[in-house]
Structure formats: C-alpha cells, structure tokens
Design a protein around this ligand. Structure first.
Ligand SMILES: *Cc1c(COP(=O)(O)O)cnc(C)c1O
Length: 455
C-alpha cells in the first residue's frame, strides 16, 4: 500500500467530537462506542481497512458481509467512473436505463432457472419486503386472497424494516417491536441446535412441524421465507444437508410460494453463486443484496418467477400493477458496479476459488476448535461462526452480560483484525478475494484474540 502520512492526533479528536455531536451509528450502543476510542476508517485497499491514523486492519467481516473482490479494486472503480461520465441516476419508475436492463438480464441468466424477472431496490430488507408484498399480492391477483400468511423460521434474520422484522426471529432485535408486526407462523428450524445436538434430528423435527402446518393450513399461507443453508445473523447456524430441498419440496407440494433470502449467502459466499444451488432449489422469489455490487454501492434486488410476474399484467384500470418503488431503484452507478463485479467473478473464476479456499479456511480454523472457550465452529464457505462458551466440556454458555464476544472482537481489533460478534458467536466473513496468506493471518489473529479475550 502507498505510504500516506499519518494524521495528526488532533484530526482524530475533531472527527470524534463531530461523531459525538452528530452521528448515530447503527446497531451500536453510542454511550460505550464513543467512550472506547472508535476506529475511524479513512480508506482501504484489498482486504485492509486503514484508519485516520494510518493503522491497517484486516477486514474480517467483509464490511458486514458485503465486500467481495477487496476494496479499491481498479476494475470496479473504473466502471463506476465510466458510468459517472454518462449519468449518475435517473428514475426507473416508468423509464428504463442501460445498466439496469443489462444487470437484470445478467441476474436472470445466473439465478436458478425458475427466476426470470428482476425488481431492484436499495437494501436487503427492502428486497425481502418486496418479496413478501409480491407473494401476498400474487395470491390476490390469482383470486385466492385467503392465502395471506407467512411462514418463517425461528432465529431468522431478514433485515430491520417492519415487514422484514415481522418474518425475523431474533428476539433481541425483534421482541420490542412486537406490537407493530404482522403475525407470522414460525417453525423450529434447527435452533437451538448447538454443539453435540444432532443437526439432522433438529432439521427433521422442523420439517415435521412445517409439514403439519402446511397440511392443515396451506390455504392460508402465501409463502415460506428462508435463509438458504445458513442462518447468518442468527449465529451462522448451518442447516443439515437436504433440509432446504425438503422445505422447497413441501412448499411446492402445498402450492405455497418459496422466498429464498440470499442477501447474505448470495454471490459466492457459500462456495456456490447462490446457496440454493447446493440443493438444486428453484424458489419462486429470491432476495439479493450485500455482495451484489461487490460491496460497493447499495443495490438490492428481488427476483421473481414468470408465473408471479404474469399475475401482475393487465390494463392500467384493472389495477393489477405492483404499486411499489424507491427513489433510487435501478440506480445506474450501482448497477454499473454490479455488472463490473459479475465480470470479475468470471475473470477471477471466483466462486470455484472460494470453494477451494473454504477447505483451507477450515484447516486454518481447526486449532481454534481446540481452545478452552470454544464450543463449536460452524462454517459454510466464507461464512464462519465461532461459538464461545464458559465451559467447553459442559457446553455451558457464558453469561451474556459478560460480553465475551465483544471482548474477543475488541482484542482482535488491537491485533489488527476487524470483525463483529453475534452475541457470543464471533464471526469471520472474509472478502471472497482474500489470499491464502491473509486468510492464515486472519485465523491466527482470531485464535490469539479468543485466547486473550475470553474471561
Ligand atoms: C443483511 C441481511 C438482510 C438485510 O439487508 P440490509 O441491506 O442490511 O437491509 C436481509 N437478509 C439477510 C439474510 C441478511 O443477512
């Protein structure tokens, strides 16, 4: 990396003061955050973030699971700059634009064959909500308005807007907003299955629950919503093999739509372009976001089947139109970044390389599984969760108030690795382009941080 002069300490103090005055960071306890010398990022290169003092940190959570090809990739920068010379943004409401059309065509080609239409938005939560609204409105369009309920998984995470929270299942984030949410049926996808619990048994119990629910009430159900293969924010809970395929089969058998939320798992994260591919699943609806632009710009999308799209066709006065849109739907800069990102996937043969490097990552993590305070490591591709426990033999969790996960991540930062805990699950989610050496360094820092940071 080029040598850049270190900023004066006074500049940091000024920024921190302004952060204190004006900025409210998300999912962040501001009182503690501002007291703990927050890291202020100034730039980044490859898999390294650089703060305003010039200190470097490995980006061990891919900037919240979005970064794919590393930061400051010239190909992505240039694609955005080229588009900027043409137009930054025009609306997609009643107008089209070149990169949005090209990106929709590319996505429809790459996605599971059932998905042929692409509806753009600007956040994963919006992409999920659009999927829910489409499912709800679809059944009304085809004369079955009674099919209006949603089935979601316990421990699921689908984003933070009210509709997405309604199908979410993480109490810590969701319980408070209960009175604002629509009712959702929940089935017990393998949680809590941890450590020595058998994933297969939990998976089967959940499938039995789903089958029972659908046998009885499929007439009322619009859609099943699921994070394919991995419940990411729920603690990197990996589903047993065959689980997803069976959920898809049950939905189809009962004439219920399947909405796959691939916001975290999409774009190579699990070692396939989409996690649905692991089990040959073809959903009716699919939400993508995060890695879509290589992690550069806020573009998300909801993909839909031909059958759903067709149900919305008609003359204006028939009121079959899907009345939904956002100011920045189909933003050209974002779509140009996404197209360039997809080019890089091909050029770098990235998905195949992630599959290979995931095996190396598993080897690198193996010594961590032996640490005194590690109960379990769960991994699917480049999504990793290390579950911290007070007592390894008894699999006894830490008192959550101790903040063991946070303490480990704080220590990791001191050692030069940025990541975030999900409760006492420490995550490692490297950018897909991370080199073998950098993966080894991330794993090594994580091991030391767990050693030093656990109470
Ligand atoms: C991150 C995430 C979302 C929400 O995406 P945002 O862009 O943060 O709104 C939805 N679903 C899953 C599975 C996610 O991991």
């Amino acid at each position: 990396m080029d040598v850049v002069p270190r900023r004066e300490a006074a500049v940091y103090e000024q920024l921190l003061e302004a952060n204190r005055r004006a900025l409210w960071n998300p999912f962040t306890q501001m009182e503690e955050f501002l007291a703990e010398e927050p890291l202020i990022v100034e730039r980044a290169e490859g898999v390294r973030l650089v703060d305003v003092h010039g200190n470097e940190y490995l980006d061990g959570n891919a900037s919240l699971w979005v970064n794919v090809h590393g930061h400051n990739r010239p190909e992505l920068n240039e694609a955005i700059a080229r588009q900027l010379e043409l137009v930054a943004h025009s609306t997609l409401l009643g107008l089209s634009n070149v990169p949005a059309i090209e990106l929709a065509a590319r996505l429809a080609e790459l996605a599971p064959a059932s998905l042929t239409k692409v509806f753009f938005s600007d956040a994963g939560a919006a992409a999920v909500e659009i999927g829910l609204k489409l499912a709800f409105a679809y059944w009304r369009r085809v004369g079955r308005p009674g099919k209006r309920r949603f089935v979601a998984m316990r421990n699921a995470y689908h984003g933070d807007t009210i509709g997405a929270v309604s199908v979410g299942g993480i109490d810590l984030f969701h319980a408070e907003f209960g009175p604002l949410l629509f009712e959702t049926e929940r089935v017990g996808y393998p949680y809590p299955y941890r450590f020595d619990g058998s994933p297969q048994e939990c998976g089967e119990a959940c499938l039995a629950e789903l089958r029972g629910l659908l046998d009885e009430r499929a007439d009322e159900v619009a859609c099943v919503v699921i994070e394919p293969r991995v419940q990411a924010a729920g603690g990197m809970i990996v589903a047993p093999p065959g689980f997803l395929a069976e959920v898809a089969r049950l939905a189809r058998e009962h004439d219920v739509l399947l909405l796959a939320d691939e916001v975290a798992t999409g774009f190579g994260r699990t070692g396939r372009l989409f996690a649905c591919e692991h089990e040959g699943v073809e959903p009716d609806l699919m939400a993508v976001g995060k890695g879509l632009t290589g992690g550069y710009l806020p573009v998300a999308a909801t993909l839909a089947s031909e059958r759903i799209y067709d149900a919305f066709l008609g003359r204006h006065e028939e009121l079959r139109t899907f009345f939904h849109g956002h100011s920045f739907t189909g933003n050209q800069l974002g779509c140009a970044a996404a197209l360039a990102s997809l080019d890089l996937f091909e050029q770098d043969d990235l998905v195949a390389r992630v599959a290979g490097k995931s095996r190396l990552l598993a080897e690198l993590l193996a010594p961590i599984a032996l640490l005194e305070h590690v109960g379990e490591i769960r991994q699917c591709g480049f999504l990793v969760g290390v579950e911290l426990v007070a007592d390894r033999a008894a699999k006894e969790p830490f008192d959550w108030r101790l903040g063991a996960g946070r303490a480990v991540c704080r220590r990791a930062r001191e050692l030069g690795l940025i990541t975030r805990p999900l409760g006492d699950v420490v995550t490692l989610v490297p950018p897909l382009a991370t080199s073998e050496d950098d993966l080894a360094e991330m794993a090594s820092i994580l091991r030391h941080a767990i050693d030093d940071g656990t109470p």
